[in-house]
Design a protein around this ligand. Sequence first.
Ligand code: F6P
Ligand code: MG
Length: 444
Amino acid sequence: MAVVQRGVPPSLSAKVTGSFAYLTIRDRLPTILTKVIDTIHRNKSKFFEEHGEEGINAEKQAIALLSKLRNELLTDKPVIELTDGLEDADSWNEYLQRQQRLQGDQEPVSWFTSPWLYVECYMYRRIQEAVSLNPPISNFDVFNEGKTQSFYESQKAVMTLCTFLEDIQKNAEKLSPDRLSEDFNKLLQISLWGNKCDLSISAGQDNSQKISPIDALASLQPFILVNDSGMVWSSLMSSQRAGESVDRVDIVLDNAGFELVTDLVLADFLVSSGLVRKIYFHGKSFPWFVSDVTANDFHWTVRQTMAANHKWMSKRGFQWQNYLKVGAWSYHDHPFWTQPHEFCDMAADAPDLYSRLQQADLVLFKGDLNYRKLTGDRAWDHTVEFSTALQGFQPAPLCSLRTLKANVQVGLQPGRGEKLTSRDPTWMTNGKYAVIQFYSPKPV
Ligand code: F6P
Ligand code: MG
C-alpha cells in the first residue's frame, strides 16, 4: 500500500495527463535526449582523433545506452538501478527502493507514474551513466556547447553589467548605507532575472540575455510576485558583528552562461563593498539539467571574462581569479546537489552538507529546480507559508531567487494565484514571473 505523509500534499507527477509534468516527460525530455545523442554523434571524429578506435566504440556504446534510455522513457518502462558503480550509485539505488516503498508494490516506479522531480533528475543521472560507462569519453560534457554558446551570445549584457559594477565601485567611498542597499537590491534582481536564461526549459534552444539587464529592471518589477529583498538585506545587516563584515554567504548556483555572470557580479559586489568576507559557490559534480554549472563551467567563465577584449569585463575576470586565489571565493560541489532528494531530506541524507550550510550567514538558492527541491515539488496551495513548504529545512537564513518554470508556488496572498490564472493561465511555467522568497530560522 502507498505510504501517505500526513499534511503534506502529493508530489507533482506526469500521472496527470496534460499537466506540465506530463508534457515535460512526454515531449521535453525526449527532445533533450535526442539532442544529447546528436551531440555525441557530431563529436565522433574528435573522439577518434583523441582515442582512435576506442573513441569510436565509446561513441557507439554511449549512443546505444542513450537510445535505450529514450525508449524506456517513451514507453513508460520501470525505472532501473544504476550499474556504473560511481560514488553516488548506491544512494540512487536506495532512493529507488524508497520510491517503491512510498508508491506501494502494486505498480513499479516508472516515468509517467512516479514523482516528476525524481524521474527528471534520474534522466540526467542516466545520461551520466551512459558516458561514464565508456571511459575514453567519460569526461565529455554533452551540454558544453549550449553553455558556452549562451555565454558568448550574452556578451553585450555581460559588458554592461561589468561596467555597472565598475561605476558602483568608483563611488564606493561615498556610498551611503541607503545607496548600498539600493545597489544590493538591483544586483539581487539582476541575478534573479538571470535565471530566465536556462536551457532546459527551452530544451536547449538559445535563451541568452540580449538586452541591458539594468534597463530591464523597472519594467520587470511588477512580475516579482513575492519580494522579500528587504528582509534579505536586514538579515545580512543583523549578521554583521560589531560593524565588521558578514562572515559568509553561500550561493547555490543554477545555470552557466549569463545567469552565472549575474551571480558572480553579485558576489563581487558583496565582497568588494566590504559587506561580506567570503562567498562559497555550490555547483554540480556532473552535467545536469542542460545548463547547470559544473566546476569546469565555473572556471571557464572566469577565464573567458579575464580574456575579454573589454576593459571593465576583463578587470572583473582578474578580480574573480584573485578572489579565488586568496580564498575570498571558493567553489564546492557535493553529490547531494545532483540527487533527486527534497531539501528537507538533507539533514538526514547529507548531514555533512547540511552542517556546512549551517555555517553560512545567508544561503541564496538560484533557480527553479532548487525551488522545487526546497518545497518538495508538491501540489501545495499557493497560500501555504514558504516556511511550511520547507518542511523543516532550515540550515541558515535562506532566500530563493527563482523565475517560475514549474507549477509549484507558495507564499502568495489569498486570491493572487486565482487572479494570475485567469489573466495568464501559464503564469507558473512561462518564465515571466519570479520570486525573491526569504526564510530565517531566527527573527530578523
Ligand atoms: O520546469 C521546467 C524546467 O526545465 C524544469 O524541468 C526544471 O525545474 C527547470 O525548468 C530548470 O530550471 P532552472 O535552471 O531554473 O532550475
Ligand atoms: Mg538549471
